[in-house]
Design a protein around this ligand. Structure first.
Ligand SMILES: [Zn+2]
Ligand SMILES: [Zn+2]
Length: 676
């Protein structure tokens, strides 16, 4: 069996070489990286190329991600990274866990372990989840490193030298419990809400009435960890980043970046709202132990605030990947930076971090494109870890459904412009009607046909069709149509419209199915119209090869399987597809099914498995609330109506009519009973 490689020139030179590959930059390491997780060789930008640096929001270490978190950042970034690599651009995709901060320190105290031990445990958990979903980071790091300390302190020191930092006194709650002896973040103070009396209000917000609070407003305040200890106000000093002094520079940069980088609408709106209100100084230090040390005298017991620190994590994580990190991060002329995240993270990436960069006066690679998502909901409700509602972490694999099916469906539902829903019936339909019936059918039908005795797995040559101008025209049209689809695919993908990209990939598969149908590829065609059969089969196999590249960013395991069946390497996504990448006489491997049908009965099973009962309770509670509101409204309305009619014609005549009136009678009775 010949296994040929597009990148191995020795083997490849004996075969037809599609001219598009001559023009393309082939980056050997990367091509294998598109299909594998992780990489073997260091990826660095190459001057003059389109070098792409991709980050996805650093997941907070002790939150277990749910499907919405996964599609919101890491999966979207992964698809774009694989696409850029499949286009032949030198691409680096970095991420890691965000580990510093109050939440980690508090959780570690709760679990009676050190923050380091806690982070080790959760970092591993995150990595396992992303590995299962085939998120192909080139490097997945973490924030507590010496690189982080060096880079963050360097930025801090330069901001200070340039006059963008200021020390200010602040009052903060302090827990005097002997095991704690520390300042408390607002949300770690609990107590009674001064507005609604709710007993478990947090110092930043009351969950019952939704009002924003100050921790000192709480009645009977207590430390979240030490419920019997009353926090006391204590003066402390903090360093503020003077964002107001950077507003002008920031505005000039934002204006340019938003236009050139085609930011998603929500990131434009959120950023502009911040700028419109006017930037305010923001505290960037905290009284904590678990964080990056502040390089200032008198700040030995304080650390850098996690949101000043976290975005610097992208830089330091790159620095733990390569000592040449500055080639990525101090190279705005050669590097394009794409950042992926949920919309709640926007201001830190569009305002706080860029202002920190600008304030240093150094040369920085700054974000070109912010790709931010709205929220993915679960079956009409919200994901809830505490209630066990929805699919969290690695529990997706409990269904026995391969990661590719999850990836495909999540990308179809990507909340690009508004919130979207995860629904099991839609999940099953997408698998059965699209993956099995469209993609799977096309690939399997043609490869099985080549496996058959007719061709014995050898791709036939495609002779010139001088004798059949109609067929020749039809096949040329097919290539033209495929190229038109490909052009739209590239356009949407370049603009990071990943939802549109997958819909277009499906069109390419439909076009393949149409080719087989239009020319009725069967035994009759082989026996009676051999030349036609050869030409169509050759084209269809090449079409499969192209399809594998186009779907590879979305469903990499499926693309791998197709390439294995084709016995071919990944085709770089071309500017102009000529249908010649799989040459005549090439022997393919054995056809195998790409997807399996999911039984409809699974819907009920999975609904139960992933918190169906809890979700029902939540929904019931919501419905009850709504119904009670409506009943009250109806009652008032009917009462009004009754009074109006009583005035005219008396009560008797109306009671026999509809339910609304009967309800009024009951309600009136209750009222009567209460008052009497
Ligand atoms: Zn309240
Ligand atoms: Zn305490």
């Amino acid at each position: 069996m010949t296994k040929y490689c597009l990148l191995d020139t020795d083997k490849y030179s004996t075969r037809v070489r599609p001219p598009e590959h001559e023009k393309l930059y082939c980056y050997t390491t990367q091509i294998s990286n598109i299909m594998e997780n992780g990489n073997k060789e260091e990826i660095l930008p190459i001057p003059g190329k389109k070098n792409v640096l991709i980050t996805s929001a650093l997941p907070y270490v002790n939150n277990v991600p749910h499907l919405g978190n996964i599609i919101g950042s890491v999966l979207s970034a992964d698809v774009f990274s694989r696409y850029c690599k499949a286009r032949g651009h030198p691409t680096l995709f970095v991420c890691g866990t965000d580990e510093y901060g109050t939440a980690t320190e508090t959780k570690a105290i709760e679990e009676k372990i050190t923050p380091q031990e806690l982070c080790d445990k959760y970092n591993k958990l995150h990595k396992e989840i992303y590995d299962w979903f085939e998120i192909g980071f080139d490097h997945f790091g973490r924030t507590p490193t010496t690189e982080q300390t060096e880079i963050a302190q360097d930025i801090f020191t330069k901001l200070n030298a340039n006059g963008f930092l200021e020390e200010r006194p602040t009052m903060q709650p302090y827990c005097q419990h002997p095991e704690h002896e520390n300042f408390l973040a607002d949300r770690y103070v609990e107590g009674e809400c001064p507005l609604c009396g709710y007993n478990d209000a947090r110092g930043d917000q009351c969950d019952k009435c939704g009002n924003l609070l100050d921790p000192f407003e709480l009645i009977k305040p207590r430390c979240k960890l030490h419920q019997t200890t009353t926090p006391v106000p204590r003066e402390t000093r903090h360093i503020f980043l003077l964002l107001d002094k950077l507003q002008e520079q920031e505005e000039a940069w934002v204006k340019k970046a938003q236009t050139e980088g085609k930011w998603s609408q929500n990131s434009i709106n959120i950023t502009n709202e911040w700028l419109h209100k006017g930037l305010l100084p923001r505290g960037i230090t905290r009284d904590l132990k678990w964080g990056t040390a502040v390089p200032l005298k008198g700040y030995e017991n304080k650390v850098l605030y996690v949101w000043f620190d976290a975005c610097i994590g992208y830089v330091s994580i790159t620095a733990t990947y390569t000592k040449h990190w500055e080639k990525w991060w101090r190279n705005p002329d050669d590097v394009t930076l794409y950042q992926f995240m949920g919309k709640d993270n926007v201001p830190f990436h569009s305002v706080v971090f860029p202002c920190s960069q600008l304030g240093t006066g150094d040369k920085w690679t700054m974000v070109n494109t912010l790709s931010t998502t709205e929220y993915l909901n679960y079956e009409g409700g919200k994901f809830s870890k505490s209630r066990g509602i929805g699919v969290f972490g690695s529990s997706a694999k409990e269904t026995g459904i391969p990661a590719d099916v999850w990836r495909y469906f999540l990308l179809l539902q990507r909340p690009e412009t508004s919130d979207t829903e995860f629904k099991w019936d839609a999940f099953i339909r997408a698998n059965n009607n699209e993956l099995v019936a469209n993609f799977g059918n096309f690939v399997n039908r043609i490869l099985k046909y080549v496996n058959s005795a007719n061709y014995d797995s050898v791709v036939p040559a495609a002779p010139e069709l001088e004798a059949d101008p109609d067929l020749s025209k039809a096949l040329k049209q097919h290539v033209k149509d495929a190229n038109e689809i490909l052009r739209r695919y590239r356009e949407e993908m370049d603009a990071v419209h990943l939802k549109a990209g997958i819909a277009i990939a499906r069109e390419l598969s439909s076009l393949g199915n149409k080719l087989l149908q239009d020319h009725t590829v069967d035994n009759n065609l082989f026996k009676n119209h051999r030349q036609k059969c050869d030409v169509v089969v050759n084209l269809a196999v090449n079409h499969v090869h192209l399809l594998a590249s186009v779907i590879a960013p979305y469903i990499p395991a499926t693309a791998r399987s197709i390439l294995e069946q084709l016995q071919a390497e990944l085709l770089i996504i071309p500017d102009d597809w000529e249908a010649r990448s799989i040459p005549a006489d090439h022997k393919i491997g054995k056809a195998a099914h790409l997807f399996q049908t999911i039984k409809d009965s699974k819907q009920a099973e999975w609904t139960d498995l992933f918190g169906g009962d809890e979700l029902k309770k939540v929904k019931q509670a919501e419905a009850d609330k709504k119904a009670a509101k409506k009943a009250e409204k109806d009652r008032k309305k009917a009462e009004k109506e009754k009074k109006r009619k009583e005035g005219k014609e008396g009560v008797e005549g109306d009671l026999k009519t509809d339910d609304g009136i009967t309800e009024v009678t009951n309600a009136t009775k209750e009222v009567t009973l209460q008052t009497s």
